[in-house]
Each structure stands twice: as C-alpha cells, then as structure tokens.
Write a protein that binds this ligand. Structure first.
Ligand code: SAM
Length: 318
C-alpha cells in the first residue's frame, strides 16, 4: 500500500475538484447550493476548466437521472441505491434531495481522512445537516454518518473485505438497482486493484450500472503532459496506462463480469449527449477562444460504464 504522502496527495485532489465545482457554480454553469460549505478558499478557474467541469457534471447528471427514472413506468417501482466510491466532497445527495430525485439510499465511501472532514462539515452547517433528517447519527472522529437515506463511511478501496463490511453496515441491498460511481478515482489505483474492484462490484450487484469518469490517451503529447502535471503533485496515475483507450475501458468491464459496456470520450459526449439548450446557455457565460485546446482536452477524458441488467430496466446514452 502507498505511503502516507502518496495517499495524502491523492486525498488532496478532492479539494481541487471541490474548488473547481464552486468556481463553476459562481459563474452560473450549474446550481449547487451546498458545494460552498466544502471549500475554504474559493478560487476562480479559467473558462476552459469551468467548461470541462460543467461537461463532467452534466454528463454524469444525465446518466444519473436516467438511472433514477429507469423502470419507473412499470408497475413494479424499484427502490434505488447509489454507491459513490472515492466520493470526496460530492454534494450529490444534498442536490438530489432538493430536486426531489432522492433515491432510497446514497452510500459514500472515501479514505477516513476525507470522510471525517466531510462529517465535520455536514455537522457544522445546518442546511447540510437538515437534509439528513431527524434519524441521523454523525461520528466526526470515525468519519461516519448514518441516516435514513444517506450513509458516509470510511474505507480503503484497495481492501475489498472492508468494502463488504461497509455495504453491510450501510444496509445496502445488492439486489436493488444500484448506480456505482467512480469519478476521477480509479486512475489513482493500481490496475490490478481497479480490476478487482470492478469484478467485485459486478459479482455483487446483478442490477447495476458502474460509471467511471477518468482520463484517457496518456501516451500522446497532450496525455503525457497531463500525466506529468498530476504526477508533479505527488499522485502517480497508476491506473491509466492499463486502460489507455476506449476499447480497454470497455474490456475492463466485459472481462470482469459485466454484461454490457460502453465508453465515450468527453468530446463526443459534449457534442452529442449534453442538452443542446443548456450547452448554448453555458457557452455564453464567459469569453472563450481556446477551441483547439478545448477539443484536445475533452478527448483526454472519458466516461465508461458497465451494466448488469437482470431486471431489464437500464438504458444509457444510447
Ligand atoms: N469523486 C469525487 C469527485 O469527482 O468530486 C472526488 C474525486 S477526487 C479527484 C478522488 C477521490 O478518491 C479523493 O477523495 C480520494 O481520497 C479518493 N480515493 C482515492 N484512492 C482511494 C482509496 N484507495 N480508498 C478510498 N478513497 C480513495
């Protein structure tokens, strides 16, 4: 297992994600009334970074809403679960509560260093705490929150037995339709570890979609620079060389117990799958002239997913 300093650098990537999201929110790219509580020093990001985070947020949001609506036309309404691996300071649960899209259960997992900070923040700010409902138990030292529809638990994703344990503690029902999210997380794991994680989830959840957002194409000029930037902050990107192409991302699912899989780069997703009206809206928010760099940047990020669909309820970007 990695040394403290490497794990610490990986945990710090979460602060950067949170502050980039807040930068987007302040510029009007998306609404999120909660991310402000998780950022100590708000920083402004460049238009290209803001647009990239918007694209990431909008595409994951689209898959998420599709999942939450899946099967809702049948008589048999299914309770839904979300399991966020390396959730960081994601505010998903709080947003979905506001939007009346809240699933039966959201479970967030991260290193204890991160979950205890998150527990402290949630406990500190009433608008966050209120969303947990009356039946909630926050342990700041242990980095744990138990409430009716939201659980926050510490675990190291490299240790699958600890994951089994927290699924039990969180009362996750593996047979229910479940969305598993790993947003900018697997690249920090050793390839063997992320394969094991994908396989573990595929075995465990017969009705699930596992969504992975991460970098791709590490081997061209831009990709090498992107890796160097991240690695200079002390985070070796262990997982990326193993899945350098869309085909490799798909194979990671298909070879490890998933029925179907798809992978799309963010340039394609931004052009074809994000709501056109919203795209037009955000493209007017800031002066923007880095079109060439924008396309190259987006080609270096992708979403891949695996689906297990015993109930036959899942669709995706399509
Ligand atoms: N998913 C969040 C998002 O997109 O905003 C946070 C992304 S942040 C770049 C990566 C997160 O993965 C960090 O919070 C980090 O602590 C977590 N992480 C990385 N490796 C982990 C591991 N082995 N066990 C638990 N969490 C891990």
């Amino acid at each position: 297992h990695g040394s403290f300093s490497v794990d610490g650098a990986v945990q710090a990537t979460n602060d950067e994600a949170s502050s980039s999201k807040l930068s987007c929110v302040k510029k009007g790219y998306m609404q999120d009334a909660y991310i402000q509580y998780f950022v100590r020093k708000p920083t402004r990001r460049s238009p290209i970074i803001n647009r990239g985070y918007y694209a990431r947020w909008a595409s994951i949001r689209k898959l998420l809403l599709q999942f939450l609506e899946a099967g809702s036309s049948s008589n048999n309404q299914h309770k839904k679960q979300i399991v966020s691996l390396g959730a960081g300071f994601d505010t998903l649960f709080f947003q979905l509560q506001d939007e009346n899209h809240a699933p039966h259960l959201v479970l967030e997992v991260d290193f204890k260093e991160v979950t205890s900070k998150k527990a402290i923040i949630i406990d500190t700010y009433e608008p966050l705490r209120a969303k947990l409902g009356s039946n909630s138990d926050i342990s700041k030292e242990q980095g744990k929150i138990f409430s009716d529809h939201y659980k926050l638990l510490p675990a190291d994703l490299r240790d699958l037995s600890s994951l089994d344990l927290i699924l039990d503690q969180a009362n996750i029902d593996p047979s229910l339709p479940t969305l598993i999210l790993a947003e900018c997380v697997l690249i920090y794991l050793d390839p063997d570890v992320s394969r094991a994680l994908v396989q573990w989830a595929g075995k465990k959840f017969p009705n699930s979609i596992f969504i992975v957002y991460e970098q791709i194409h590490p081997d061209d000029g831009f990709g090498r620079q992107m890796l160097k930037n991240l690695e200079s902050r002390g985070c070796p990107l262990l997982g990326l060389h193993d899945t350098p192409t869309l085909e490799a991302k798909i194979r990671r699912f298909i070879d490890h117990g998933w029925q179907r899989s798809e992978a799309l780069d963010m340039d394609v997703i931004y052009n074809q799958h994000i709501d056109q009206k919203d795209r037009k809206r955000i493209e007017r928010l800031e002066l923007f002239d880095e079109f060439e760099e924008w396309h190259i940047l987006q080609e270096h990020y992708c979403i891949s997913y695996g689906i297990n669909d015993q109930l036959g309820i899942f669709s995706c970007f399509g």
